[in-house]
Design a protein around this ligand. Structure first.
Ligand code: ADP
Length: 663
């Protein structure tokens, strides 16, 4: 077995590979770009080597640099992870030429499977079922049109060099073919530098079912069963599960054997995935057709690990070091059901626009463990890290395992509810809606699931204004009480404890403004009015968050305040509500100069001023330390320091007011 390997990747997959290596007492070398100087994968490995600028072309794709790093560190092998160089046959060959082991298939197998059209020709010879279609070399538009007409509509035009869901066009009728072809070719040239296309029958109610295969250098092959990855958006996977619901034993075996035949046809070694499109016909018949083979470890491999109890990275390392496959086909079996959800920085309600930003809060399900267990989180980030625009937007993979699909589903929903991210938009709530949708819950799967359930998945309100406002108010009052504890003079004005006082609140919720009024009654109780609703507000801090009761409703909410926005998380869902500070906005000067808040969570290092000091615009007032850097907070306008609200050494949350300035 190797003593040291280099991991030519970043993020969760680099951490994932390193975890197995550590368990096997193999030393790891990380590589990193400028943007990743403080990344989790760097600290996770035994050594780390800087390889260049933040853009992938300046670092993770520079294979000469990576090979040099491997040689310099004394690594014997390179694990490419997925993406980046993992399916680059030149890189695989260059490793070999440099006397290093490439932990993956031989360059020749990557090449053979690299182009969709060529690989189909190969598969046809190997007797693997193909989607009816055309994958020849004659690319004249007239011929492609004739072929499409012959295949029958709808058809799919695919860029032969395509990947990641790019370079595909569905065409419903003959008249639309020419325009779709031209646009597909344009995208193919721009994205892949190759405008060759193939044409396929668009399968009916298609499901994406793929088979995990493994080969060793001794010519042994096994299949580790299937994964259903039908839940997709823009042809990209959202949820993956294993085994595939409704899969018969006979079909599993047929697909497994077809996948092994595909691997054998290209002398495959290591972990690979053969992707099939499965057509669901009226009456329940399912036909499977080869789509493509991915010659690497897949993002969704953990669901296979969960149902087989195996570590696929361990298998990769064993095979790459020349060992035989650890198990034979008849020794493999399926245990229970596993589902993976890809947690991404994106806005599902805004056409899945990728988001970037800092993970100010990143709380994982309390029961989650890395690498193994019934709830597993694979990630490459920590709280405080940023999701940058340089790399893909996946924050984490959440993988659950249960004895049955129902059990796995319930566990996934609960684990998603406990996944709390503040600082950037994510698809966590969207994933919960998908998991709870009738189609997914009943395993009525096909690639159009998200479209079909659209009405239930987007722009959903799980916590309404009354409870959102009650949560924000409860959080404010609890914060004030905590502050009072240390400083009896910091109590906010606008209300008093003797006699009845009404305190107004103003919020922005789901794009609309809303007013609330809190009445402090003689008997010490609180009465809240939000819009038409009015009733006692009762709350207390509990173990899971704030237990709130208002207007006949209860909620246990974890509330995180970021600036003026309160992020409310509860079992039933999550929402955001913006508190408009009425005091801060009361007078012009106050509004301009009144609030000096911490730009991020951190520690107060020092104040450069004291109460009563006159300050001029731009003058440094305080220094904070956050994310290993110092930040100076300067006066936004001329004024007088009224009050310092913290002392040096205090920890503050983002948005905390540090000092008050008056005109
Ligand atoms: P990529 O390499 O870009 O991921 P694939 O060939 O793997 O492209 O196809 C991606 C997705 O497109 C599949 O998972 C499936 O949802 C859909 N798809 C591909 N081929 C067909 C087909 N013939 N009929 C219906 N849907 C298809």
């Amino acid at each position: 077995m190797f003593k040291k390997i280099l991991i030519a990747n970043r993020g969760e997959i680099a951490c994932r590979v390193a975890a197995t290596a550590r368990r096997m007492a193999i030393k790891t070398v990380a590589v990193y770009s400028d943007a990743d100087v403080n990344a989790k994968h760097v600290s996770f490995c035994d050594e780390a080597i800087h390889i260049g600028g933040s853009a992938p072309k300046d670092s993770y794709l520079r294979w000469e640099k990576i090979i040099a790093a491997a040689k310099a560190s004394g690594a014997e092998a390179i694990h490419p992870g997925y993406g980046f160089l993992s399916e680059n046959e030149e890189f695989a060959q260059a490793c070999l030429d440099a006397g290093l082991v490439f932990i993956g298939p031989p360059a020749s197998a990557i090449k053979a499977m690299g182009l969709k059209a060529e690989s189909k020709q190969l598969m046809e010879k190997a007797g693997v079922p193909l989607v009816p279609g055309y994958h020849g070399s004659d690319q004249s538009p007239a011929l492609l049109q004739r072929e499409a007409d012959r295949i029958g509509y709808p058809v799919l035009i695919k860029a032969s060099a395509g990947g990641g869901g790019k370079g595909m066009r569905a065409v419903d009728k003959s008249e639309d073919f020419a325009a779709a072809l031209a646009s597909c070719q344009r995208e193919a040239i721009n994205s892949f530098g190759n405008d060759k296309v193939l044409v396929e029958k668009y399968a009916q109610r298609p499901r994406h079912i793929e088979i995990q295969v493994f080969g060793d250098t001794l010519g042994n092959y096994v299949y580790l069963f299937e994964r259903d990855c039908s839940v997709q958006r823009r042809h990209q996977k959202v949820l993956e599960e294993a085994p595939a619901p409704g899969m018969s034993q006979a079909m599993r075996q047929q697909m497994g054997e077809a996948a092994v035949a595909a691997a054998r046809a290209v002398n495959y070694v290591g972990a690979g995935t053969v992707e099939f499109i499965v057509e669901q016909r009226e009456g329940g018949a399912m036909n499977f057709f080869f789509m493509e083979m991915n010659t690497r470890l897949q993002v969704e491999h953990p669901v296979t690990e969960a149902i087989t109890g195996l570590d696929l990275v361990e298998w990769q390392l064993r095979v790459a070091s020349g060992e035989a496959l650890p198990l034979k086909q008849e020794q493999l079996s399926i245990q229970g059901h596993a589902i993976e959800a890809r947690i991404c920085a994106e806005s599902p309600d805004n056409n899945f626009l990728p988001a970037t930003g800092t993970l100010h809060v990143y709380q994982k399900p309390s029961c989650a463990t890395f690498e193994r267990g019934t709830v597993r989180i694979d990630d490459g980030v920590r709280e405080g890290d940023t999701i940058s625009p340089f790399y893909d937007s996946m924050v984490a993979k959440l993988i659950v395992h249960g004895q049955t699909r129902e059990e796995a589903l319930a566990r996934l929903d609960e684990a998603l509810a406990q996944t709390r991210i503040v600082g950037l938009s994510t698809n966590v709530q969207f994933l919960r809606h998908v998991v709870r949708s009738p189609s997914f819950a009943q395993a009525n799967l096909d690639t159009a699931l998200i479209q079909r359930e659209e009405a239930l998945l987007f722009k959903q309100e799980t916590i309404g204004l009354p409870l959102a406002a009650a949560s924000a108010i409860a959080q404010t009052l609890l914060n004030e009480k905590a502050r009072e504890g240390t400083d009896p003079f910091s109590r906010r004005d606008g209300w008093q404890t003797h006699g009845v006082t009404v305190r107004p609140f103003e919020f922005e919720f789901r794009g609309e403004s809303a007013k609330a009024a809190l009445t402090y009654r003689h008997d010490g109780t609180l009465q809240l009015q939000v819009g038409e609703l009015s009733g006692p507000l009762v709350f207390s801090r509990g173990e899971q968050g704030i237990d709130i009761e208002f207007a006949g409703q209860r909620l246990t909410a974890a509330v995180f305040t970021q600036g003026e926005v309160d992020h409310v998380f509860a079992a039933r869902g999550a929402t955001q509500i913006t508190a408009i500070d009425l005091l801060a906005h009361a007078g012009e000067t106050q509004a301009e100069g009144g609030r000096l808040t911490a730009p991020m969570p951190g520690k107060v290092v020092s104040f450069a001023v004291k109460a009563g000091d006159k300050v001029s615009k731009g003058q440094p007032l305080a220094v904070m330390e956050a994310m290993k850097m110092e930040h100076t907070i300067a006066a936004p306008a001329d004024g007088v320091v009224l009050e310092l609200l913290y002392a040096p050494g205090d920890q503050v949350t983002e948005g905390s007011e540090l000092l008050k300035i008056g005109a």
